[in-house]
Design a protein around this ligand. Structure first.
Ligand SMILES: [Zn+2]
Length: 346
């Protein structure tokens, strides 16, 4: 029989599950706080994958993705170990905020330290209680509040294993992210742990396509790692396109934005993306993109100030038409084809 998985001083036997509380620094009201961890320790040996969500406390799609993942029948025949942290930034979740109470961004505070700021201490716990027990990782994010992202994977594609997993996830757009930014992804990479960051949807909102695509993506990665047996359903995995670069089109004026292009739209250089109107005078200003590409992120609120980021546009080496077609096929798959989705046990 496989050796038990020991985490937080608790032992989880092979073929067993457990929910474990990681003690966090208390709230200032003396209320105790803990970060929940779900451990599914498979019967057979295999990789140890962590899946984390709500590192930014207002990014909720990942919390629902993990809920569905833990209900998936596929986990009954798991090889290896799944460690799922549905709410990493518990403080932010309570306050519906991206940040920690010390106004720091947890995803800029890794690898953290046991004696540092609140953010540094939470980061340190995540690294030592979760990441260091694992061999691979997936961190789930959304856009900020009032901003939505096309489902996309950001990862260091220069690393061959990370690149393979990024392609296996099954979203049409990959961004090669190699920044040194204090993120969980960077800290995991420094420990030799390949990690993907999934970005989809909007802060403080559930988005069904993003949730389904995220759940499927994790299961696809687990199959690629040999943690799950290959799918019997012939689910369509899109051939991903790797963005060459990306940039934001900003508001040329303050006012109210009427947008003309959806997420995933293919746009040409200088194309009209929307109008900003002055609410007093009614004067209209055109918003045009300075680059051609595919819209991978967008503001959702009409209220904009001059200089605000409105449309995130990615440029691709391949033909933009192909990317836009693939994005449309992907959205269609996750919208109406329930057969392609591993449905949770009711
Ligand atoms: Zn985030």
């Amino acid at each position: 029989m496989r050796a038990p998985f020991v985490i937080q001083g608790q032992s989880v036997a092979a073929d067993q599950r457990a929910m474990i509380d990681v003690t966090l620094p208390k709230l200032n009201s003396h209320t105790s706080l803990s970060m929940p961890l779900h451990v599914v320790h498979g019967r057979k040996d295999g990789p140890r994958l962590f899946v984390s969500a709500a590192v930014h406390g207002d990014e909720l799609n990942g919390v629902e993705i993990i809920r569905r993942l833990l209900e998936s029948k596929a986990l009954r025949r798991l090889s290896g170990t799944l460690v799922a942290a549905p709410v990493v930034n518990v403080y932010g979740l309570i306050h519906q905020s991206r940040y920690l109470p010390d106004r720091r961004d947890l995803n800029r505070s890794f690898p953290g330290s046991a004696s540092g700021s609140l953010a540094a201490r939470v980061a340190y716990l995540v690294i030592n209680e979760i990441v260091k027990h694992c061999t691979h990782g997936i961190d789930l994010h959304t856009g900020a509040i009032h901003r939505t992202n096309l489902p996309q994977i950001r990862a260091n594609l220069d690393d061959p294993e990370t690149d393979t997993l990024a392609r296996a996830f099954g979203v049409p757009v990959l961004l090669n992210a190699t920044l040194r930014d204090g993120s969980l992804r960077e800290a995991a990479a420094a420990l030799g742990i390949p990690m993907l960051l999934y970005e989809a949807g909007e802060g403080l909102r559930f988005d069904e396509i993003s949730i389904r695509a995220g759940l499927n993506g994790i299961l696809n990665v687990m199959r690629a790692l040999g943690m799950l047996s290959p799918s019997r359903q012939r689910a369509r995995i899109p051939a991903p396109f790797i963005a060459r670069s990306s940039s934001w089109t900003r508001a040329p004026e303050s006012g109210l934005l009427r947008t003309l292009v959806p997420l995933g739209a293919q746009v040409q250089r200088k194309e009209l993306l929307g109008y900003i109107s002055d609410p007093y005078t009614g004067t209209q200003y055109e918003v045009r993109t300075h680059i051609g590409g595919v819209v991978i992120g967008r503001t959702q609120t009409p209220l904009v100030h001059e200089g605000e980021a409105l449309y995130h546009i990615a440029r691709f080496r391949d033909d933009h038409d192909d990317v836009a077609d693939e994005v449309e096929a992907f959205q269609q798959t996750h919208m109406d084809n329930d057969e392609a989705i591993v449905l949770p046990i009711v």
